[in-house]
Design a protein around this ligand. Structure first.
Ligand SMILES: Cc1cc2nc3c(=O)[nH]c(=O)nc-3n(C[C@H](O)[C@H](O)[C@H](O)COP(=O)(O)OP(=O)(O)OC[C@H]3O[C@@H](n4cnc5c(N)ncnc54)[C@H](O)[C@@H]3O)c2cc1C
Length: 531
């Protein structure tokens, strides 16, 4: 084994939770190394193909659990490379949530108001812009028109996409070849590198151990083609470790480290939330849309150009009403999801099983008239991670993308009722005058499904029901911080990246304080990263 290299900070993962502290700490004079399990792909390398072995299959991680599957990024930049760049802020009531815990879940010091300055900073750094009705796609406009026809409201979503550079190629999920999507590879990460941070792709962290007052971070290199093949082992020594491997992987690394580090706080690997997500496929009657709403898409059909997907652009926020009780508040966003997994999971009419058969074949034939509506309800943090697999965050079943993880998710009646309520609302909105038929996804095949994993190491004032203190430091393990989606304590009712990023920004001064206590003269106060 090679000699142990010493640095000030090791950051595990290069998504929002990793890139943001990596930039600030490097800019403040710390020696920072970022270990990222996925490849480092330049925008020119992002292919418009989902062929096996293309950049897209290398940049994704799909982990099937029991009752919940998680899709995330697996590359330098993490989910910011493959995401749809919708960047809304959540409503204030989210921070007051109690769920079945029966008392406030979020730390007392965290509210929409106290987070606002950090949201502002992220808005500036990744250049989030408010969309106008002029910017939106046909699908978004149709969702807006359907809401309006049903006496409801709709809003264009803020997003981190440069409208001048966007060519509307609709391959958003494959990563943006045109540098229009403002992924972290265009802002925080190059700024971190400019300040001396080192980013090491294809390095998968397995475990953290302790030596004196410092931590040892143990990794294995990963084969660039077959991720099941692990190469060299190595170790880095650091005063501070920032675990930001995403909410599906961070708790697994900490669980595997428990025998060496000592007992983990109760919240590690518990209280996982899938952000209450669920998709509905709406089959639009194009003829009725033409005659009733006076709308017509390109080439007569709605979505023929949407090969792989385009971001959510219009949302219905009528139920984001603080006067409603918990579990009755949700948002409904239009987005386009590729007819791959959606094809299998969209429920067709007829007798059970409803995910294949003649009805399904007919539904598929009309895919160009699908409008996809994405609901985000308040779930009850029902996910729990089992004992960790031997390496990584899952047992990898294929060379790339697919693995079987240890997450178990059994939705409580409150969560199931919330999904049923949102499904019924979508049916009501699109069903007026026979404009469309909503078909919710089935959960029978792979359970629920999320691209927004959260809360598996959550912040909270009470160590008995959380993993991190208000400053994101792991209870009982000074010097270990978690700054990714795992730290967000509950579902948000909107897309989470804005909140993950704002919370990571807010955590940095506390990490700097800990470094200074460890004798590392790190400064805080870097400006927003300039691309
Ligand atoms: C298709 C899709 C569309 C989305 N659209 C939106 C959207 O429009 N708006 C929105 O707000 N959110 C969206 N999201 C979600 C968003 O991408 C995530 O919420 C966000 O990226 C999470 O940030 P994070 O820092 O928690 O983790 P990630 O961004 O997932 O970063 C974690 C990183 O850690 C790496 N890693 C994991 N394990 C290890 C290990 N053992 N060692 C080293 N590295 C490791 C991973 O490869 C990854 O790069 C979308 C996600 C997907 C998949």
């Amino acid at each position: 084994m090679s000699a142990v290299e010493s640095v000030d900070v090791v950051v595990i993962g290069s998504g929002f939770g990793g890139a943001i502290p990596a930039y600030h700490l490097a800019a403040g004079g710390a020696r920072v190394v970022v270990l990222e399990r996925g490849p480092w792909l330049s925008s020119g390398e992002l292919e418009h193909s989902f062929k096996f072995g293309s950049s897209a299959t290398r940049a994704f991680d799909f982990t099937a659990g029991s009752g919940m599957s998680v899709l995330g990024g697996n590359c330098v930049g993490g989910g910011s490379v493959v995401y749809f760049a919708a960047m809304p802020r959540p409503p204030a009531f989210v921070f007051e949530r109690q769920g079945s815990l029966g008392r406030r879940i979020w730390p007392r010091a965290l509210s929409r108001e106290t987070l606002n300055p950090w949201y502002d900073r992220v808005t500036e750094s990744v250049q989030v812009e408010d969309a106008t009705w002029k910017d939106i796609s046909y699908g978004g406009g149709l969702w807006g028109a359907l809401c309006d026809h049903a006496g409801r409201t709709a809003n264009p979503l803020p997003s981190a996409v440069d409208g001048e550079k966007c060519v509307d190629c609709n391959w958003m999920m494959a990563g943006c070849r045109f540098d229009a999507k403002k992924s972290l590879t265009l802002n925080y990460l190059p700024a971190a590198v400019a300040h001396g941070a080192q980013i090491r792709p294809l390095h998968e962290v397995q475990q953290i151990t302790r030596e004196g007052q410092e931590y040892l971070v143990h990794f294995r290199t990963v084969d660039p083609v077959d991720y099941r093949v692990l190469g060299e082992e190595g170790t880095l020594r650091a005063a501070v470790v920032i675990v930001a491997a995403g909410a599906g992987a961070t708790p697994v690394i900490l669980q595997r480290s428990e025998p060496a580090l000592g007992a983990m706080p109760h919240g590690v690997g518990r209280y996982f939330s899938g952000n209450g997500e669920r998709l509905n496929v709406v089959e639009i009657d194009e003829e009725r849309v033409r005659s009733v709403l006076g709308l017509q898409g390109r080439n007569g059909g709605g979505y023929s150009a949407f090969q792989v997907g385009r971001g959510p652009v219009v949302a219905n926020w009528d139920k984001l009403d603080a006067a409603l009780p918990e579990f009755e508040r949700y948002s409904l966003e239009q987005l386009y999801f590729p007819p791959g997994l959606g094809t299998v999971l969209a429920r067709a009419g007829g007798p059970s099983p409803d995910w294949f058969g003649l009805d399904k074949k007919e539904l598929l034939a009309r895919w160009q008239s699908w409008l996809i509506i994405f609901e985000m309800i308040e779930d009850d943090n029902e996910g729990v991670f089992g004992p960790p697999p031997p390496t990584g965050n899952s047992v990898r079943l294929a060379q790339q993308t697919l693995g079987r993880g240890t997450l178990r998710y059994r939705p409580r009646p409150s969560t199931l009722a919330a999904w049923a309520r949102a499904d019924a609302d979508i049916s009501d909105i699109v069903g007026r005058d026979g404009l469309g038929v909503a078909r919710p996804w089935t959960n029978d095949l792979v359970g629920a499904y999320t691209v927004h994993p959260l809360s598996s190491c959550r912040v909270g004032d009470d160590p008995a029901t959380s993993a991190l203190d208000n400053g994101h430091e792991l209870y009982g393990h000074p010097g270990i911080f978690v700054t990714d989606g795992s730290a967000v304590p509950t579902a948000l009712t909107v897309n989470p990246s804005m909140t993950i990023a704002a919370m990571a920004e807010r955590a940095v001064p506390n990490i700097v304080r800990r470094l200074r206590e460890a004798g590392r003269p790190v400064r805080y106060g870097a400006p927003v990263p300039v691309p």
